[in-house]
Ligand binder design. Structure first.
Ligand code: FAD
Length: 468
């Protein structure tokens, strides 16, 4: 617990109206999308970088944890106060400072909602591509801290490809600016890249310079239904190897199709093995050729049905299936152990076959969907904790899925980060020395380990936890 006198100092620093101590509010900030719960001591809603800086200086003096938080949609527990302390909510810092049409960048505060920024820049024909499915609630600060991706990562890359520079309050309270607003810049170590994806462990981001690009002139959306997972996965590989890079290439397996149909009643064939939602964008003339080519590849892989959206409304309707999947699958079993492994694209058919075999071996229901075009599969082990032994079998299955992923040249997380849920597995990928170098970097930034402690690095007291 933080001492009363220190709480007074925090209130003086951030402003009494920007601090909450009551249990009801603290409970609201005790969980994120993992549904794990840890109660914080205090919630602060700073409005300036100076307030953040002063609070961090107090944290070093009195040794209490500070945990940055955006919208709390993280899937790996990054914003959970696992050791108590101050949850610092950045949502009041939500200004779009500048959109520069000539130099193609925007400067924003961390609390700006991703979708709001996209709407603003699209009004003037510009484009900010990163599109996590949570974009209507997640913040740009949270996206930068997690290096969020989304369906469009296939063609446009992830958040890190758009961050030109940052303003960051260091864990010790000093404020630094990194990066540039120019198209190029190679002065010193690339601290911007280090901070992107650092999951709120190296600094609190207070300003972000984002690269913008021209908005594509048009797009076409297709939905293709396949008899088997293998046929869909082979289609993905063949589209990419035919040198077409769609903006998105999303995948859902039979269990997802059934759940979504049950949830939305949109006429999806529940016997189908898998479906793909494919979107291409660019100049209209080029798109017709690409759509034709994609249809041919789908047909050659026994597609049962191919729907090409005639207009934006029909395209939106096709996307409904994909957007509903996260919510719809919980119907199978109440608890979802949600991993986001990524393999080289050509290995998508193999990883799906091997995940299926692991599910059978451990007698578990595993449903798969995700961004198949970039090899990022959301593998969801659906469990009911009330059934004896199911949780343990899920942990064993996850470990085997990770081992298989690494064997195929993949990575444990394509976009959700490590947080607490994947911390026990991190050295499987990085090795002991890789992890040690990261510990040294953390120590250089945060000698007293006050900023978001207990994240990324496996700790003895960190239980092997998932989205339970
Ligand atoms: C339904 C759903 C769909 C999702 N789909 C996707 C998807 O398609 N792609 C994807 O990548 N993710 C997805 N996510 C995960 C999540 O939305 C992203 O990780 C997102 O970037 C988190 O943003 P947030 O504002 O909610 O951050 P939070 O959850 O509040 O925080 C996430 C991490 O960022 C840190 N942080 C937040 N703000 C700052 C700051 N200003 N400075 C320093 N650190 C900070 C926190 O400490 C924490 O470690 C999804 C989540 C849900 C619930």
């Amino acid at each position: 617990m933080i001492d009363k006198a220190v709480i007074n100092q925090i209130q003086n620093t951030v402003g009494k109206g920007n601090v909450a101590l009551d249990k009801e509010t603290r409970i609201c900030y005790s969980y994120d999308a993992t549904n794990l719960k840890y109660l914080p001591d205090l919630i602060a809603y700073p409005t300036t970088r100076e307030q953040i800086s002063e609070t961090l200086k107090l944290a070093n003096e009195y040794r209490f944890p500070v945990i940055p938080r955006g919208a709390g949609t993280g899937f790996t527990g990054g914003t959970l106060p696992v050791q108590g302390g101050v949850v610092m909510v950045l949502t009041k810092m939500n200004k779009i400072w500048q959109i520069d049409r000539e130099n193609l960048f925007a400067i924003v505060e961390p609390g700006v909602i991703t979708y709001d920024l996209q709407q603003e820049v699209e009004k003037i024909g510009l484009f900010y591509p990163p599109d996590p499915a949570s974009l209507k609630s997640s913040t740009i600060g949270g996206n930068v801290a997690e290096c969020a991706g989304g369906p469009r990562a296939l063609k446009y890359g992830t958040t890190k490809d758009y961050v030109l520079g940052l303003e960051v309050v260091l864990p010790t309270g000093e404020i630094i600016s990194t990066g540039v607003i120019t198209a190029k810049g190679v002065v010193g170590y690339d601290l911007t890249k280090l901070l992107v994806g650092s999951e709120g462990t190296l600094g609190i981001i207070t300003k972000i310079i984002l690269r913008l690009i021209p908005l594509p002139k048009s797009k076409r959306t297709l939905l293709a239904i396949f008899p088997t997972i293998d046929a869909a996965a082979t289609t993905v590989s063949q589209i990419i190897s035919s040198k077409i890079i769609p903006a998105t290439l999303e995948f859902m397996d039979n269990a997802c199709i059934r759940c979504v149909e049950d949830y939305l009643h949109m006429g999806l064939p529940v016997e189908a093995g898998a479906l793909l939602i494919i979107e291409v964008d660019g100049a209209p003339e080029a798109l017709s050729v690409e759509v034709e080519e994609i249809q041919k590849i789908c047909q050659a892989n026994q597609a049962i049905e191919i729907k090409v959206a005639k207009d934006n409304q029909e395209a939106e309707d096709l996307w409904k299936a994909r957007r509903a999947v996260s919510t719809a699958v919980v119907k199978i079993n109440p608890t979802k152990v949600n991993e986001d492994i990524t393999v080289p694209r050509s290995k998508v058919p193999e990883i799906l076959r091997r995940v299926e075999a692991i599910g059978k071996k451990h007698n578990l229901i595993i449903v798969n969907f995700g961004h198949a075009g970039d090899g990022n599969i959301h593998v969801n082990v659906m469990i009911d904790k009330r059934r004896p032994g199911e949780e343990e079998r899920a942990h064993a299955a996850v470990k085997e899925i990770f081992t298989t992923t690494l064997e195929l040249g993949g990575t444990l997380s394509g976009e959700h980060g490590i947080g607490i849920t994947k911390a026990p597995y991190i050295s499987m990928e990085l090795g002991d020395m890789g992890l040690e170098v990261m510990r040294r970097i953390k120590k250089a930034f945060d000698p007293n380990n006050i900023l978001n402690p207990g994240k990324i690095f496996p700790e003895k007291q960190t239980k092997q936890v998932h989205h339970l």
